[in-house]
Write a protein that binds this ligand. Structure first.
Ligand code: GLA
Length: 749
């Protein structure tokens, strides 16, 4: 494996001359601007080149002879002394594709003949809609960051592009701050976080799509001329597309070839566009979804975009997943850089649904504790008049019929059983049949005089409103202050409709797309600060709200309501392309499964869930003594290897996609001291044996001891051998039948 010296961020100047700095005035103090009067000669005299190195990646960009900021390189790390020539705009292509459109700009304003996806599109108060951004100046907040200021060629609109590269993984974080200093307001109609380009070539785009109970489907297709758009228009990040991609060059595969990847950190409507341009370069632009977008900025106001993370691996899609997972663990999650392994939870939802009671929950808690569970979570149904999903959302008081003495007796009992206690909430929603809605019908997203569509008989509270924000923070703060709660499962069970914010003047109403999400983030941040011991799960009817934005405030996510183990294998394969195993909660539920009516053994279900952050969601009242002993044994085994599984490097040895009859996954601890692998056969056909498993990522010279967690190897398999042996000779597993699984650990001697 290659190692590199410390991160290097260099500002290389093609010329020492810096002739035309002019103070910008009111908001930006030290910033400087280029002016329309600058001559081409003056601009050509100062064409800085910026270079960022981290992990295996180099990213470079610079100012071209016109003053535009242009990407110069994005790929495998190049030599420290390699010279990167100053940017030169691309030529015009005949009379229809201007030089402006052909030049791979870092952040292109819509104007001057731009036909590519703009990063920024504005309308000025006088109707002018032409925006041409030129380089002004740059600052270097720290060793791994650079801020570059651009400004329109004649009007006082500036954009500061923020770049931070992670020295370890090379993951680059980019975002933009747009400031209006024009005397009159401007309207932002489109704002990306960043634009990227890939050089001419043949590429394959990989992305994840889904629906309720069918999340995390991997799609793979060539990037062809024309626009490919991944997006959500729902006010939430959504199931239908996840804001993540991995692009492979030529024949890139699981463990070889060049791959570029990206992930957008935004929990509202978003869009990433992929466009193969006239000159066959691939442009990638990601940020707020421009659909129904309109964000006015008065003089002195600013808009901050989400962060668009990107990275590069020369070790194929597997390498890309490992880098992004490592980065997320170390830099995104609330407990970064060292998130604790997740407690093994029990959740009562599938056992009781909303029919919860003090006695019923205590009975389940006692059984859960006997398994070695760390955390007991009570799901929906404990509050308001919540007998079904038709009522109660919004009324966050404990239902006295179900819990006559409040939550305390249950929580005390859970603690006495040596577990901590978690609770389900759905703070952003309201049922029309609730005290809250009767009192505040104006609090929901709506257009006055128009119908208010319900989904799951609920509406979305407009969290952008200060009074709604105060209410939501207030009840959560009270709940956490009055009860010893360690964990919230924060649910969000519908997409937006009629997204009006009638409190605001008509031209400000569309700000709801941004302000709602900002308030969501600020509530989460404030709660975490005030209640530092509390952990939070992001759930949205399953995996409807999973991206790097929400993951700054939440410790784990619920990937899907579909807990069928065979379906989960494919879902987990898709999920872990983009996100770390650590955050992937995976429950063992009952068989036959309610969704597919598929019957599987408890051992098989346990093994599939042990590939993630393990939870039990079955009705323990129906379990046999044998079930208890199987689960107890496997939970104990899981605790012993959990850190390697959930935080180690993941290798997809055999992917279950494409109808494969086999699946195998391996996780290797960062220091290579331990590896764990799982193998499954879906249904043996014609007596075919399991493919010999050649492991990956071990230290070839070290000796590893093989231990079965579940399952058998061929009789002549050694218990001790070198990493080289396990990786090259491989392991012959005795695995046949329907829905069979095995798991082994390898410990370095
Ligand atoms: C959603 C969640 C489930 C459960 C129910 C409760 O569907 O995904 O896990 O919490 O809500 O109503």
């Amino acid at each position: 494996m290659k190692t590199f010296p410390l991160l290097k961020l260099a500002l290389l100047s093609a010329s020492a001359g810096l002739a035309f700095a002019v103070a910008l005035g009111s908001t930006s103090g030290a910033l400087a601007q280029t002016t329309a009067e600058q001559t081409a000669a003056q601009r050509a005299a100062y064409q800085p080149v910026f270079r960022l190195d981290g992990g295996d990646m180099t990213y470079a960009f610079g100012v071209n002879e016109r003053g535009e900021l242009q990407q110069l390189y994005w790929g495998e790390r190049i030599g420290a002394n390699d010279k990167i020539a100053p940017a030169k705009s691309a030529p015009e292509w005949a009379s229809h594709d201007s030089s402006y459109t052909n030049t791979p700009q870092e952040y292109a304003g819509w104007g001057a003949g731009l036909y590519q996806e703009p990063a920024l599109k504005v309308t000025f108060a006088d109707g002018v809609r032409d925006l041409v951004l030129h380089y002004v100046t740059s600052t270097k907040p720290d060793e791994s960051s650079v801020d570059v200021v651009l400004k329109d060629i004649s009007r006082a609109v500036t954009v500061t592009l923020h770049y931070t590269i992670d020295p370890g993984t090379g993951v680059l974080a980019r975002s933009a701050t747009i400031v209006n200093n024009e005397p009159k307001p401007i309207l932002i109609e489109q704002a990306a976080a960043a634009g990227y380009s890939l050089p001419r070539g043949e590429y394959t785009l990989n992305y994840l799509t889904g629906r309720w109970a069918g999340e995390w489907t991997l799609n793979s297709e060539p990037i062809r001329p024309g626009m490919k758009v991944l997006e959500s228009r729902r006010g939430m990040s959504g199931f239908q597309s996840n804001p993540w991609f991995a692009i492979g060059k030529d024949d890139a595969g699981e463990e070889h070839g060049e791959t570029w990847f990206g992930a957008l950190a935004w929990s509202g409507s978003w869009r990433i566009a992929f466009d193969k341009d006239t000159l066959d370069k691939v442009r990638i632009t990601g940020g707020f979804n421009p659909f129904d977008f309109g964000y006015p900025l008065k003089r002195g106001e600013q808009l901050e975009t989400p962060i668009f993370y990107t990275g590069y691996s020369h070790q194929g899609y597997g390498g890309a997943s490992r880098l992004l997972a490592k980065f997320t663990l170390a830099h995104v999650l609330p407990q970064a850089p060292n998130p604790k392994p997740r407690p093994v939870i029990y959740n009562s939802w599938e056992a009781t649904e909303m029919n919860v009671s003090e006695a019923g929950q205590i009975a389940l808690a006692e059984k859960a504790a006997s398994l070695g569970i760390d955390r007991f979570v009570m799901d929906d149904g404990w509050f308001g008049k919540r007998k079904t999903d038709h009522a109660g959302l919004g009324d966050w008081y404990v239902d006295p019929d179900k819990f006559p003495h409040g939550l305390k007796p249950l929580i005390d009992k859970v603690h006495a059983l040596k577990m901590d206690f978690g609770l389900w909430v759905e703070p952003e929603m309201v049922n029309p049949d609730s005290d809250l809605y009767r009192k505040h019908p104006e609090w929901v997203l709506n257009f006055p005089g128009r119908p208010r569509n319900e989904q799951r008989t609920q509406m979305v509270l407009n969290l952008a409103r200060p009074d709604v924000r105060a209410y939501v923070f207030g009840f959560l703060d009270k709940l956490l202050s009055e009860n010893d709660i360690s964990f919230l499962k924060w649910d969000y069970n519908r997409s937006w409709s009629e997204p009006g914010w009638d409190q605001m003047p008509p031209d400000e109403q569309k700000k709801v797309y941004v302000e709602f999400i900002r308030n969501l983030y600020s509530i989460l941040a404030e709660l975490r600060q005030k209640h530092p011991g509390v952990e939070i799960e992001s759930c949205s009817s399953g995996g409807g709200r999973v991206e790097l934005g929400i993951l700054r405030y939440t410790d784990e996510v619920w990937p899907s309501d579909n807990t069928d183990p065979l379906d989960r294998l494919t879902q987990q394969d898709g999920f872990t392309r983009a996100y770390p195993v650590q955050i992937m909660l995976s429950w063992v539920t009952d068989s036959p499964h309610w969704l597919n009516n598929r019957a599987t053994s408890l051992t098989y279900r346990m093994l599939v869930s042990m590939e993630g952050s393990l939870g039990i969601g079955a009705n323990l009242n129906n379990w046999t003594a044998e079930d208890f002993s199987t689960a107890k044994r496997l939970i104990a085994a899981y605790h012993g290897v959990q850190k390697t599984i959930t935080q180690g490097d993941l290798y997809r040895l055999i992917s279950p996609t494409n109808g494969s009859e086999f699946t195998a996954t391996e996780m290797v601890a960062a220091d290579k001291s331990q590896a764990v692998f799982f193998a499954y056969v879906h249904s043996t056909n014609e007596g075919r044996g399991f493919p010999v498993l050649q492991l990956k990522g071990l230290d070839p010279a070290a000796t590893y001891t093989l231990k079965s967690i579940e399952g058998k190897t061929a009789p002549d398999t050694p218990t001790e051998a070198s990493g080289a042996w396990w990786m090259n000779h491989g392991i012959d597993l005795m695995l046949r039948g329907d829905f069979q699984g095995a798991a082994f650990s390898l410990d370095k001697k």
